[in-house]
Structures are given as C-alpha cells and as structure tokens.
Design a protein around this ligand. Structure first.
Ligand code: KG4
Ligand code: ZN
Length: 414
C-alpha cells in the first residue's frame, strides 16, 4: 500500500527529485527477470482502461482492467466525454495495480507502450497524456501502438505462429481482414464499409431491449445475442447475407441492421407491444441475426483465404487464419469460420476470450514485438499525437475485388 501511495504521488507531480525518491522506494529483485525485456502496456482507446506488464518471453507479470461496459449499457451506448472522465478517474489506479501485481518497479521497465490510434479521440488522449508524463519522468522509451496491430499480434503471445498469417478482426469498433507479413507489415484485404459487426449486434440488442431480459442484463449486446440465440430458431426469419454480389472481401452490416429494425417494428405491431418491451420472438430474431452475421463473415473470409492461396501469400505447409476482437468470442461465428478453414485446409486460431477483447496485455506484447524488431521505439516524444482514424497497413482491397474470386458454396450447418 505504501508503494502504491508513493507511486500515486509521483504520477501526479512530475519533478526530478520526486521520481528519484519514488525509484528508491521500490524493492529491486535482481535475478532472472533482469535479463528480460519488460514492457508496461496501456490501453484507453475505447471503453476499457487497461494496463499490463509483459516480459519478452510472453509472461504476463501483472495486469489490471477497468471496464466501463456497465455504465455505457445504462446510457445505451458510449458517450465519449463520459468514457474520457472514467478513464481519467481510473488510469492511475489501473497502472499502479498492474505494476504492483507484476512486482516490477517502473525503473526496471524497458519501455512503455500505449495505444495512440485508432479510437475515440477523448479516450486515446487520456492514455497518451498519462503515458507521456510517465515516460518523461522515468526517462524510458515510448512505443506508440496501433490498436488493430495489437489485436492481430496477440496470437503470437499464446501460440507459436510465424509470419505470414491471415487475420480477421471483428469487434464493436472494427472489422477487417488483413495479411500479417511482419510486426508492422500488413496488407489490408477488406474492411467494413459502414459499421462493425459488434456495433450492429449492440444496436439490435438495444432495439430488442435485451438489457431488460433477466438473463442478459449485464451482458454486452453481442454476448446477449449469442446467449439468447441458443433458445431461438434461426429458420423463423430469413435475413439475406449482405453484399452477395460484390466479389471482394469488404463487409457491410448497417443494411442488415435496418432490415432487422423493420422486422422488430412489424413484430411489435403484430404482438401488440410497445417499443421497449421484450418480443416473444426475440430469441428467434437473435438466432437469425447471429446466423446471417456468421455467414457473411465466413464468406468474406473464405474469399480472403482463396485470394491469398491464389497469390501464394500464405505459408504453403501451414496456412493460418487468426480471428480476434470482441466478436471473435462468439462460438457460433467461430464454428462458421471452422467450416471455412476445414474446407480450405487452414488452421484456425483464436486467442482466449479474455485476450480477444480489449486489454492491456496485447498492448504490452505489441511493445515487446516492436522492441525485438527494433521498430517504432521513441526516445523523444516531442510532437507525438493520437490519431482517432488510422488505416492498418497497405490497402489492397481494390486488387482483391478485381480478382473477383468466386467462393464455392459451403454447407453452413452449425
Ligand atoms: O474488442 P472489443 O472489446 O472492443 C472493441 O470494439 O474494440 O469488442 C466489443 C464488442 C461489442 O460490440 C460486443 O457486443 C461484442 O464485442 N461482443 C460479442 C460477444 N462478446 C462481445 N459479439 C458477439 N458475441 C459475443 N459473445
Ligand atoms: Zn479492440
């Protein structure tokens, strides 16, 4: 506790004398750990304040997270100034918790890695200014992190995966397919042209008022849809998968969302209930939207695999598809993807659910990857800014569309 209080004082008062006192207050543990690189990772790009300390072998020495989901569920979506305020209130405590759990003193860190793009401007700003204050006091290198790069590389912390591999990132804020050729070498094959699948599922869950459902009240929209879908019949509704004629790897979810909105309105009329009450057909709608989402994601991913195989972009002996992001924790969608990888002789890998959603570990690990590769390690943070919008890698989605690969129909019996 004493250490935590001292840490708190130094973070809020950046003076040279204080940082020296602070460093002396830590007990050092000379030994094996001193031979390893150690990175503190900080994540505040959306609605989770997270931090972790990871060593170069992938050991997670300490982690802490504060999720804002409950607050945002109540307001029906993320209100950026509210998210910013919650990050401000929690960031110091979360970093302290991660550091003290790791038993690593700040002076032992090799670097601090922090998400600076893409994300909500107000949220990114909190993590960045806190981190800059920290690295300037500690005189440590700073490693700016691209949130999507971190999601993509997480699998290399849990599994032995060599470059190149294909990655599908599906969450509340993003949706993309990319070929990962190196730590910071990505080819973007396709992305959502409108909203992300998690965002669509969140909107549908909100429109179905699943927060009032006794079994779903504390779940994110996507999780609530997955939960309720198990009790429903997907065949009661026939939603067409989006973009069936576009032979590329892009995605779209807002059209599907509007179709579902109309169906819900129609059902409310039929059942004679007000908006805000739970439809008797809510589980069937959840099952059908989950199925259509899974088929759409599976089809675009199937085409991406075929494109990469056609151009010999994946490892011939072991082609790997990595799926990550919050929506990747959906087991129904994973099964749909398994059908695709079985049909194309690929290996499907997903990080454990805890590492699929936003966390500090993936940011710290991305820092380790960059340290090892000697990429993007800043000793001077002058002029560093956060970037709310930032594409990932080189966009070759037009070329993918021009290849117009026809995807064989698969039996999506899930
Ligand atoms: O990666 P994440 O924590 O945050 C970002 O968006 O970056 O993902 C959160 C999203 C939310 O939209 C949530 O509804 C969705 O992931 N999600 C799920 C499931 N669990 C979380 N979607 C479908 N099925 C789930 N089991
Ligand atoms: Zn994310």
């Amino acid at each position: 506790m004493l250490i935590l209080n001292k840490t708190a004082r130094v973070f809020s008062t950046p003076s040279k004398r204080k940082i020296c006192e602070f460093l002396r207050s830590f007990h050092f543990h000379p030994g094996k750990r001193l031979f390893h690189k150690l990175v503190l990772g900080i994540e505040t790009s959306c609605d989770d304040t997270a931090a972790a300390v990871v060593d170069e072998t992938g050991n997670v020495l300490g982690e802490a997270i504060h999720s804002q989901t409950e607050v945002h569920l109540k307001t029906g979506g993320i209100i950026p100034p509210v998210a910013q305020q919650l990050h401000r209130e929690n960031i110091q405590r979360i970093v302290q918790e991660a550091l003290s759990a790791s038993k690593v003193s700040p002076s032992e860190l090799s670097a601090v890695a922090t998400t600076i793009k893409p994300g909500l401007a107000l949220s990114l700003g909190v993590g960045l200014s806190f981190s800059l204050q920290l690295v300037n006091q500690l005189k440590k290198p700073f490693i700016p992190i691209h949130h999507m790069e971190a999601h993509a590389l997480t699998i290399r912390l849990t599994n032995k995966v060599e470059f190149p591999f294909l990655v599908l990132l599906i969450s509340g804020g993003h949706c993309l397919l990319a070929l990962v050729r190196g730590v910071s070498d990505f080819l973007l094959l396709g992305k959502s042209l409108d909203i992300a699948p998690g965002d669509m599922l969140d909107k549908v869950a909100r429109r179905l008022s699943l927060i009032k459902h006794p079994e779903c009240s504390t779940m994110s929209g996507g999780k609530a849809i997955e939960h309720l879908a198990k009790q429903g019949n997907k065949l009661h509704f026939d939603f067409k998968p989006p973009m069936q004629r576009a032979k590329n790897c892009d995605f779209s979810f807002s059209g599907l969302q509007h179709v579902i909105d109309r169906i819900i309105m129609q059902k409310e009329k039929e059942e004679g209930i007000e908006k805000g009450q739970i439809l008797s057909s809510a589980a069937d709608i959840a099952a059908a939207v989950q199925h259509t989402t899974a088929c759409h994601i599976a089809k675009r991913t199937h085409r991406a695999i075929l494109f990469c195989k056609q151009r010999d972009l994946l490892c011939q002996s072991n082609a790997v598809l990595v799926v990550s992001g919050g929506v990747a924790s959906n087991l129904y969608i994973r099964k749909a993807l398994e059908i695709v990888t079985n049909a194309t002789q690929c290996t499907l890998l997903c990080p454990p659910p805890k590492l699929c959603t936003d966390n500090g570990i993936m940011i710290a690990w991305n820092g380790i990857e960059r340290l090892r590769a000697g990429l993007g390690i800043l000793h001077d943070t002058e002029g560093i800014r956060y970037e709310p919008k930032c594409p990932l890698g080189v966009d070759i989605s037009k070329e993918v569309g021009e290849a117009a690969i026809k995807v064989p129909r698969l039996n999506m019996k899930i």
